[in-house]
Design a protein around this ligand. Structure first.
Ligand code: AMP
Ligand code: TRP
Length: 333
């Protein structure tokens, strides 16, 4: 069956190994399958739900495109564009905010995490963020949405919104109810400094993550300093599950090499962590350094990156405006 793929990444800087293994690596595989129609969106409207510096935002939008292309997404095959250039996203987000219920949004854990203690000071946009995400997906009749584990709840909300709209207006199957594509073992890459916290762009310590623009020396240094426990490498899955830092490093190794987790456990069982870390650094440098070098090269080609976004936006606009017309008719505008 032909799959229609849609996913988004926020241009908020510091794209890291978690973004790559949890999402972008999957985008590349989906892009490479001839059967699929893929759209990858730089979600700049989502980025401004928290304060952004305009100059940095502009740079981060280009860097996100550069990361997509450097990782292997082909802009001739897949549509790459930025959300703000297709106004249908904001418009349909408004319309869907009249379908979504406040009770549904109040349950979103990401809002609670991002808003922190002082919820009254969070932007209205941060609260309604998942409705905009639903608009992104539903505008393109996406059937499959590849994301990391942290977006699971937002996708469930998107499915609820689609179903409620179809029901309310008696338009069966008008909005396609999308399936999440979440990788089983690598959907949540953890911080190198704390195996119980997600690897994140906004974590203050740069040592907590491998950035996709890191040099070989930075990668090696970060793995050397990555937190481990005092025991030697685990010798069973049961043991691994009780040791979050070991589990995370082994998951990273397994995802990059394609070796199954139990095979990795067998190979390193009882050995010193430093032996494993050397192997891990080597694999990381092998896989991530070429991407990092390519991103840096592409960042000097601003016109090339801008043209990808222009072309992509035009294509996306054609698909989205068709859907908007139908939505208007259904609603009675
Ligand atoms: P964001 O940078 O928040 O726009 O995230 C872009 C994509 O990367 C989304 O699909 C996220 O679910 C995914 N992602 C972000 N952080 C991680 C992580 N630590 N592990 C796995 N996936 C992640
Ligand atoms: N909210 C997603 C994130 O932070 C990004 C995103 C926006 C997205 N719109 C989307 C992901 C649509 C998938 C589909 O990672």
């Amino acid at each position: 069956m032909e799959k229609k793929i849609f996913s988004g990444v926020q241009p908020t800087g510091n794209l890291h190994l978690g973004n790559y293994l949890g999402a972008i690596k999957n985008f590349v595989q989906l892009n490479n399958d001839k059967e699929n129609d893929c759209i990858f969106c730089v979600v700049d409207l989502h980025a401004i739900t928290v304060k952004q510096n305009p100059k940095e935002l502009r740079g981060n939008i280009r860097e996100t495109v550069a990361t997509f292309v450097a990782s292997g997404i082909d802009p001739k095959k897949s549509i790459i564009f930025n959300q703000s250039k297709v106004t249908a996203h904001s418009e349909v987000a408004w319309i869907l905010s009249c379908t979504a219920r406040t009770g549904w949004l109040s349950r979103m854990t990401q809002f609670k995490e991002k808003a922190g203690k002082d919820k009254e000071k969070a932007s209205v946009g941060l609260y309604s963020y998942p409705v905009l995400m639903a608009a992104d997906i539903l505008l393109y009749d996406a059937t499959h949405v590849p994301v990391g584990d942290d977006q699971k709840q937002h996708l469930e909300l998107c499915r609820d919104i689609a179903q409620k709209f179809n029901n309310d207006f008696q338009v069966e199957d008008f909005f396609k109810v999308p399936e999440p594509l979440i990788q089983k073992e690598f959907s949540r890459i953890m911080s190198l400094k704390d195996g119980t916290k997600k690897m994140s762009k906004s974590e203050l310590s740069d040592l907590s993550r491998i950035n996709l623009t890191d040099s070989a020396d930075q990668i090696i240094n970060k793995i050397k300093k990555a937190k481990t426990d005092p025991l030697p490498m685990p010798s069973s899955l049961d043991e691994l599950n009780k040791r979050p830092e070991a589990k995370n490093l082994i998951a990273i190794y397994s995802s990059l090499t394609g070796f199954k987790i139990d095979k990795v456990i067998n190979e390193f069982s009882g050995k010193n962590f430093s032996v494993f870390k050397e192997n891990l650094s080597q694999v990381l440098v092998e896989k991530i350094l070429p991407i990092s070098l390519e991103i840096k090269k592409l960042l000097d080609e601003k016109n090339f990156l801008d043209k990808i976004l222009d072309d992509g936006s035009q294509k996306a606009h054609i698909i989205a405006s068709r859907k908007v017309k139908e939505i208007h008719k259904i609603i009675g505008f």
